[in-house]
Design a protein around this ligand. Structure first.
Ligand code: NAD
Length: 484
C-alpha cells in the first residue's frame, strides 16, 4: 500500500508534533483488517500546547482583514483540490469508504467549505440602527478558541466543515478527530498552513473521549462543535454548559423516507439506495425507515433488490469498487447484532444479512421488509447498510409515524404531487428535508438536526451565526438625562 501517512500524530502551531508518551491508537485499514499506521493520543502536555497555540494566535487572526483570512481559506481550498487523489486515498485508508466515493465526496467537500466561507469572510458585518438622534451599531465578533470534535465517517469533511466557518469568523480551532480515523484532519491543517494560516490558527490533536472531554472543559475554550452520537452529545453539551460555552451538536438520527405511489419508481429506489447504502450506510442523515405506500411495495422491493445486485464489493482502493467495508470490527458487530434483532422481532429479510467471507469488515447490503414501527431496527440508529421498509396507506398516517421518533435530523419524500411534497416537508420534524432526492448536502445549504439530533447548524449562512456573536454599541448624542 502507498505510504500516504501524515508525518506525526498532532499538528500544533503550524508544525507536526509528537509525544510518544501518549497511548498508541492503531489505524486499521478496514478493507483488509491490517494495521497501516499508528498515532499517539495527546498527553496533557500536547493538549496544553494546542490550547496555548490557539489562544495565542486568536487575537492577531481576528484582527486581520476578512479579505486576507478569506484569501488564505480559498488558497487552502485550491491546495486540497490539487491533492484530491492523495487525500481521497488517505480518506479511503482511514475509513474504508470506496475511492470511487472519496474522490468526489470528501476532500472536494472540504475544499467547497473552505472556498465558500473564504468568500464570505470579507462580508461579515454588523448593522447600524438609528434611534432618533442617538444611534447604535453592532459588531460581529469571533467567539475565541473553538474546539471541533469529529466522528469517523467523514473525517476530512468534518474537519473542514467546522474549521472553515470558525476561521472565516476570526476564531482559532483545536480539532480532535475520531480515534477511528485520525489521519485526514492533519492534512487539512497542513493545507491551511501552506496556504498561509498563521501558526496556531488550526491545530489537530489525537485522542479518545477523554481528550475530547479535557478540551471541552478548558476555560480558554469559547465554543464546542461536536459531530457524534446522541449519548456523546449529551455529555459534551452538559460539560460545555458548565462554562456557558457555545455549542453545535451534529448528532445521530433515524430518518424517514416517504415514498408515495405516484413517485417516479427509479428515482425513489435511487433515493433509498443513496439514503441507506452510500458509505456502507455510515451516514448520520440516512433515511433508514423507508415508508412505501402499500400498492407499490412489491414493485419497489423487487426493483431495490435488483439494483443492489449492481454493487461491486472489494478493496475500497480499487476504483471499480462502489461498496466498501464497515469502518471497524466493533461497528461490524454492532450492525450484525441489529440484524439478528430484526430477524428475532419478526422482520422479513429480503436480501443480505451476513458478514462477507473475506478479510476486512465487510457486510452485505441488507433490506428488511414488513418492519413494524416498534421493532428495534425501526427505532434505533444502526449506522450500517440496513434498510427497513415499512408499509403505509395514507399521508396523515405516514406523517404521524415518520415524526414519532426522538430524533429529527433528516427526512425525505418522493411524490409527483407538488402540493403534497411541500405540505409534507413543512410537517416533517427534521432539520434537513429532501423532495425527490436524498442526502445532498452542499455547503451553501445549512445542515443540522432538531429534537435529539442536534443543536445549531453547519454550512450555509447559519454557520456564521454559530461561530460569531454580536456586540452592540449604543451611542448617546445628546447628553445624559438622569432622574436625580
Ligand atoms: P461518538 O459519539 O462515539 O464519538 C464522536 C467523537 O466524540 C469522537 O471523536 C470521540 O472521541 C468523541 N468523544 C467521545 N466521548 C467524548 C466526551 N465525553 N467528551 C468529548 N468528546 C468525546 O460517535 P462516532 O461513533 O464517532 O460517530 C457516529 C455517530 O456520529 C453516529 O451517531 C452518527 O449519526 C453521528 N454523526 C452525525 C453527523 C451529523 O452531522 N449530524 C455526521 C456524522 C456522524
Amino acid at each position: 500500500m502507498r505510504d500516504a501517512k501524515p508525518r506525526a500524530s498532532h499538528f500544533i502551531a503550524g508544525a507536526y508534533a509528537e509525544d510518544e508518551q501518549g497511548d498508541v491508537i492503531e489505524v486499521i485499514y478496514p478493507g483488509s483488517g491490517e494495521k497501516v499506521a499508528q498515532v499517539h493520543s495527546a498527553t496533557p502536555e500536547i493538549v496544553e500546547q494546542a490550547l496555548t497555540a490557539a489562544s495565542s494566535a486568536q487575537t492577531a487572526w481576528s484582527a486581520m482583514l476578512g479579505t486576507e483570512r478569506g484569501r488564505i481559506l480559498r488558497r487552502a481550498a485550491e491546495i486540497i483540490r490539487e491533492r484530491n487523489r492523495e487525500l481521497s486515498e488517505l480518506e479511503t485508508i482511514d475509513t474504508g469508504k470506496p475511492l470511487q466515493e472519496t474522490l468526489v465526496a470528501d476532500a472536494t467537500s472540504a475544499a467547497d467549505a473552505l472556498e465558500w466561507f473564504g468568500n464570505l469572510a470579507a462580508s461579515l458585518r454588523g448593522e447600524h440602527i438609528q434611534l432618533g438622534k442617538d444611534w447604535a451599531y453592532s459588531i460581529r465578533e469571533p467567539l475565541g478558541v473553538c474546539v471541533g470534535i469529529g466522528a469517523w465517517n467523514y473525517p476530512t469533511q468534518i474537519a473542514a466543515w467546522k474549521g472553515a466557518p470558525a476561521l472565516a469568523c476570526g476564531n482559532t480551532m483545536v480539532f480532535k478527530p475520531s480515534e477511528e480515523t485520525p489521519l485526514c484532519a492533519l492534512k487539512v491543517a497542513e493545507a491551511l498552513t501552506e496556504a498561509g494560516a498563521p501558526a496556531g490558527v488550526y491545530n489537530v490533536i489525537q485522542g479518545r473521549g477523554d481528550v475530547g472531554a479535557t478540551l471541552v472543559s478548558d476555560p480558554r475554550v469559547a465554543k464546542v462543535s461536536l459531530t457524534g452520537s446522541v449519548p456523546t452529545g449529551k455529555k459534551v453539551y452538559a460539560a460545555a454548559a458548565e462554562g456557558m460555552r457555545h455549542v453545535t451538536m451534529e448528532l445521530g438520527g433515524k430518518s424517514p423516507i416517504l415514498i408515495f405511489d405516484d413517485a417516479d419508481l427509479e428515482t425513489a429506489v435511487g433515493g433509498a439506495i443513496l439514503g441507506n447504502f452510500y458509505s456502507t450506510g455510515q451516514i448520520c442523515s440516512n433515511g433508514t425507515r423507508v415508508f412505501v405506500q402499500k400498492d407499490i411495495k412489491d414493485a419497489f422491493l423487487a426493483r431495490l433488490a435488483e439494483r443492489l445486485k449492481g454493487i461491486t464489493m472489494g478493496d475500497p482502493l480499487d476504483e471499480a469498487v462502489n461498496y466498501g467495508p464497515m469502518v471497524s470490527e466493533a461497528q461490524l458487530k454492532i450492525v450484525l447484532d441489529f440484524i439478528e434483532k430484526g430477524k428475532a422481532e419478526g422482520a422479513r429479510l429480503v436480501t443480505g444479512g451476513k458478514r462477507v467471507g473475506r478479510n476486512g469488515w465487510f457486510i452485505e447490503p441488507t433490506v428488511f421488509a414488513d418492519v413494524a414501527d416498534d421493532m428495534t431496527i425501526a427505532r434505533e440508529e444502526i449506522f450500517g447498510p440496513v434498510a427497513s421498509i415499512l408499509d403505509f396507506d395514507t399521508e396523515e398516517e405516514v406523517l404521524a409515524r415518520a415524526n414519532a421518533t426522538p430524533f429529527g435530523l433528516s427526512a425525505g419524500v418522493f411524490t409527483q404531487d407538488v402540493t403534497r411534497a411541500h405540505r409534507i416537508a413543512r410537517a416533517f420534524q427534521a432539520g434537513s428535508c429532501w423532495i425527490n432526492t436524498y442526502n445532498l448536502t452542499p455547503v451553501e445549504v445549512s445542515f443540522g438536526g432538531s429534537k435529539l439530533s442536534g443543536v445549531g447548524r453547519e454550512n450555509g449562512l447559519a454557520a456564521i451565526e454559530h461561530f460569531s456573536q454580536l456586540k452592540t454599541v449604543y451611542v448617546g448624542m445628546e447628553g445624559v438625562d438622569a432622574p436625580y
